[in-house]
Structure formats: C-alpha cells, structure tokens
Design a binder for this molecule. Structure first.
Ligand SMILES: *Cc1c(COP(=O)(O)O)cnc(C)c1O
Length: 381
C-alpha cells in the first residue's frame, strides 16, 4: 500500500466533506436553487478578502483572474509596474505584454521580498505608471511581499491602482483589502480554498471600477462589468463551474466553523514548524526577507539532484512535494502547509523530508527536523 500525501502549494488536498458535496447529482445553474448557493458563497468570500465590494467568481484557474485584472483596467500603451521576483511576478509581465501594456519592473533575486521604498522610488521616477502589480505570496520562491506597506504608497496616487495576486495569501493571511487600500485582489480555488482547480475570484475597489470605465483593451469572456451585472442578479454571464461552486459552499462552511483567526494561526504554526525543522537539519531557506506561510522553499546542496528527489518521493513514498520552477529546477524543494493541512500533516512532511534526503545520501541527523517541528507544534495541540 502507498498512501498519497499531496504536499505541494497547489493543487492542495480536498476535504472529504467537500468531495462528497461535489459528488451529488448535477443541478441546473439557471435555477433559484443554484442562485441561492451562489449568492451565499459570494457573501461569505468577503471576509476572506477583507472587503465590502463585490467578489466575482470566474470559471478558470487563478491566471484567468490575473488576466481579467489587466484587460479590464488597462489600455494598450498604458504602463504598469510589476515586481518580478519569481515565476508568478513574471506572469504579470507576460499577460501585460500580450495586450500591449508597457511594463516597468523591479527585478529581484528569487528569495527576496520587495520593499515599499523600492515601489515608491519607481513611482516617483515613472509618474505615468497606472498600476502596481505584485504577488502577496510569491509561491515559486515561498516569499511574502509586504502588500499592506505597498498599499500605503499606492493609495496616495489617484491615477494608479494597486493589484495583488493573493492566490496563495487569501485564506492564509488576514487580508484587509478595503482598509489597506488594495484595488484589485485575485485568488483561485486550488490553494488555500481546498478545492480542485477551476475557480478564480476577483474583487475590485471603487477606484479600480473607474479604471474599468476607461480601459480600451478587448475582452469578452473576462469582461468584469458584464459579470458584475449578472452576478449581482445571483447568476453568471456564462455557465458557471457548478460543482466547484457547490464545493465552495461547503469549504466556506468549514472555514466559518474553524474561524478565520484559527485558520491564519494554523498556517503560521505549520510554516514556523517547517522552517525550524529545515534549519535544524542544516538547510537554508530560499526566502531571505519575509518567508511565506503558504509553503517553505528549502535550498538543496549544490551537487544534490532535487528533481530526482521530488520524483522519487512521489513515486516511491507517496509524498508529493514541489520542486523548483524555471532556473530553480532541481535546486530547491518546496513543502506546502497550505489549505487542508494541519499540524500532523506538517510532522509527516518533515519526517518524510528528512528520511528522503538521508536515503538520497545527505548526512543529516534523523529526527532533528521532527523534534524542531514538534517543539513548535506542541504548544498548539
Ligand atoms: C498558483 C498560482 C498562480 C497561478 O494560478 P493558476 O491557477 O495556475 O492559473 C498565480 N499566482 C500565484 C501566486 C500562484 O500560487
């Protein structure tokens, strides 16, 4: 027998109650029955976003909401500022350039967090910038960017919106979109929301909706004005991902039961335990400034084949960690503590990691990581 553990930062495991809910017979989406579920989940998403604005639900992966935030607010020739400090930062650039939007970027080594001062400097030297685009949690580098501090800078500028990819931060960290001054916040279903991939969520501030009025980019499926109109009538412009929305209603019920404070705290404890375990085993973390509570990136020794390790953990031990992406391929291992993941999952992750690297030939002390993790977790069980 090989029991499987999905310990990658997306997709993440789906709770049994949620899978059972989604296995029920299909219902039609143009019915009062679906509308009731739909309006209920949209309402319950608001505290997770920290907003009173409309949260729109799109059928698509997280990238659909990222693309929507550009095509609905910018026009060809407009300039945006992107923090390019990982794979997903780079994605903002790729989307913008596909639509003729010009990009000024802050390039950082993978593992670094941007500072609000760096953003401010760029905005001063390039006053034409219409949007600042950043990941709250850059999953490829397991780094958190200080979005609250950045919002303080951007919100002072009438002609610039602040757009945050919250795909691995909403549901992991307390996020106060309205209070902090985030203008667009996007997330997806397969990370902290404990669902299969296929839903994207997006909310816009009043300031961002004004940008929608003047944006001249072509858009059809991702037209947010059309979606808002439909969704505020408790339906969608096109067929919604019915089963995922039904799964979401169960997820939000579970989240409500656990309480948002406990959810954020659970992520913090699992993240702390994983980081301390890695350090106790003699590893360095990829995150240099602010590590993300969604996943921990561990730097592997120079001559270690990280790709082979991740593959063998998956195929021989049933443990799915994530490796590095792009130029980090083979060089790091990422252990998730995101979504449907509790303290004992962290113990399994750490134990599997230390046995795995030992078997792969590294000279580590078995149990040192687990001991370090337990020292943190024991105060929370
Ligand atoms: C996973 C992820 C994405 C991409 O989302 P898809 O659902 O794969 O389209 C974007 N940004 C971040 C920070 C992510 O973690």
């Amino acid at each position: 027998m090989l029991k499987k553990y999905l310990l990658s930062p997306g997709p993440t495991p789906v709770p049994e109650e949620v899978m059972l809910e989604m296995a029920k017979p299909m219902i039609h989406h143009r019915t009062p029955q679906f509308s009731k579920i739909f309006s209920n989940v949209r309402e319950k998403l608001k505290p997770l976003f920290g907003t009173k604005e409309d949260v729109l639900i799109l059928a698509g992966s997280g990238t659909a909401a990222m693309e929507a935030s550009i095509v609905n607010t910018m026009s060809p020739g407009d300039k945006i500022l992107v923090v390019n400090a990982g794979k997903f930062g780079k994605r903002w650039i790729d989307i913008a350039q596909s639509y003729g939007v010009l990009v000024e970027s802050i390039e950082l080594a993978w593992g670094r967090s941007v500072t609000a001062a760096q953003i401010e400097e760029k905005l001063i030297s390039h006053p034409e910038i219409k949007g600042v685009f950043v990941q709250a949690s850059e999953t490829s580098t397991t780094v958190y960017h200080p979005v609250k501090e950045i919002a303080e800078i951007v919100k002072l500028r009438e002609n610039t919106i602040f757009v945050v990819d919250g795909i691995t931060s909403v549901g992991v960290y307390e996020t106060k979109m309205d209070e902090w001054g985030i203008d667009i916040l996007v997330t997806g279903s397969q990370k902290a929301f404990m669902l299969p991939p296929g839903l994207a969520f997006i909310a816009l501030s009043e300031k961002a909706w004004k940008f929608v009025e003047t944006s001249k980019n072509p858009r059809f499926y991702l037209d947010l004005k059309k979606e808002r109109k439909a969704q505020n009538n408790d339906t969608t412009a096109y067929t919604p991902a019915v089963s995922l929305v039904i799964g979401l209603s169960k997820v939000l019920e579970l989240m409500e039961k656990e309480g948002l404070k406990s959810i954020y705290n659970r992520h913090q404890v699992c993240a702390d335990a994983t980081r301390e375990a890695a350090k106790a085993l003699g590893f360095r973390l990829l995150a240099q400034d602010i590590p993300s509570n969604a996943a921990t990136g561990i730097i592997m020794p120079e001559d270690f084949d990280g790709q082979k390790f991740v593959k063998s953990m998956r195929d021989d031990s049933g443990i799915t960690f994530a490796g590095g992406q792009d130029h980090m391929k083979g060089k790091i291992v990422r252990i998730s503590h995101l979504g449907y993941h509790d303290f004992m999952d962290t113990i399994i992750a750490v134990s599997a990691f230390e046995m795995g690297v030992k078997k792969a030939g590294l000279d580590i002390e078995l149990g040192a990581g687990v001991a370090a993790a337990e020292k943190i977790i024991i105060d929370h069980i």
